[in-house]
Design a protein around this ligand. Structure first.
Ligand code: FES
Length: 215
C-alpha cells in the first residue's frame, strides 16, 4: 500500500502498557509499538537491524527493547546499546532500528510512516472504549459511517441520546480496518454499553451480518 505522511491512530494508548511491546499493522507495514518502564512510547519498523527478527517478539528491559534472537539492545533513540556476543564492544550509534514518528493524544496512539514534517494531531482527553477489527477495507468503512471522515482519519459520532464517540480509522491492509473508539463526556456504564452496542452493530452491518436486536 502507498505510504503517506498521514497520521493514523494504530492503538488505544491503554493497550500499550509500560514494559510491553505490541505488534500492529498499518497500511501493510509491520510496526512494533513499545513502551519503556517509565512510559516512553516508541513506534519502530518491526524488524531487527541485525537479522530481521520481529522486534515485537523481544523484551522491554527498563528503558530499552531487547531483541529475542541475539539479544541486541536498543534505547529510546532507537540506537543499539549492547551486543551480548561482544560484551566489550560499544556499538556504533549508526546501528539503529527504523523509528517512525508517534504521538499519544486523546487516548490514542498515532503513528506517521512518512518522513514529512506534519504536526501530530492534538485531541482533548477522552475515555477509551475499545478497538475492533472489521474484515473490510477502509474505503468501505468510510462509506458506511454516518458522518464524513475528518482529518487524521477521525470521525465524531453523536449517538442519539447517548455518548459522543471519537472513532479513529486504522487501515491494517487492503482488506482489514480496525476502529479505535474513545468517548468524550461522562463515561458511565450506560454510555459504555451504548458505545459497545454501536460498535458491535456497526461491525456486523459492515461485514453484511444482521445487527443485534436492541435490548
Ligand atoms: S536478529 Fe535481533 S539481535 Fe540478531
Amino acid at each position: 500500500m502507498q505510504v503517506t505522511d498521514q497520521w493514523t491512530a494504530v492503538a488505544l494508548a491503554v493497550d500499550v502498557e509500560p514494559s510491553t511491546a505490541v505488534p500492529v499493522l498499518l497500511d501493510g507495514e509491520e510496526i512494533v509499538l513499545w513502551r519503556s518502564a517509565s512510559g516512553v512510547l516508541q513506534a519502530w519498523e518491526d524488524r531487527c537491524p541485525h537479522r530481521g527478527m520481529r522486534l515485537s517478539f523481544g523484551f522491554v528491559r527498563g528503558e530499552e527493547l531487547a531483541c529475542l534472537y541475539h539479544g541486541w539492545h536498543f534505547d529510546t533513540d532507537a540506537a543499539c546499546t549492547a551486543i551480548p556476543a561482544h560484551p566489550d564492544l560499544t556499538p556504533p550509534r549508526t546501528i539503529c532500528a527504523n523509528a517512525y514518528a508517534c504521538a499519544e493524544t486523546g487516548g490514542f496512539v498515532f503513528v506517521r510512516l512518512g518522513s514529512g514534517d506534519i504536526a501530530a494531531p492534538k485531541l482533548p482527553p477522552a475515555t477509551p472504549v475499545r478497538s475492533l477489527t472489521i474484515q473490510r477495507p477502509m474505503e468501505t468503512i468510510v462509506a458506511q459511517l454516518p458522518v464524513a471522515t475528518g482529518p487524521d482519519r477521525l470521525n465524531h459520532i453523536d449517538l442519539p441520546g447517548g455518548p459522543a464517540l471519537l472513532v479513529a480509522l486504522h487501515p491494517m491492509d487492503r482488506s482489514r480496518t480496525t476502529l479505535h473508539i474513545a468517548m468524550s463526556g461522562e463515561a458511565d456504564r450506560p454510555a459504555r454499553l451504548a458505545a459497545a452496542a454501536w460498535s458491535e452493530n456497526f461491525r456486523r452491518i459492515a461485514e453484511g451480518v444482521a445487527p443485534l436486536a436492541a435490548a
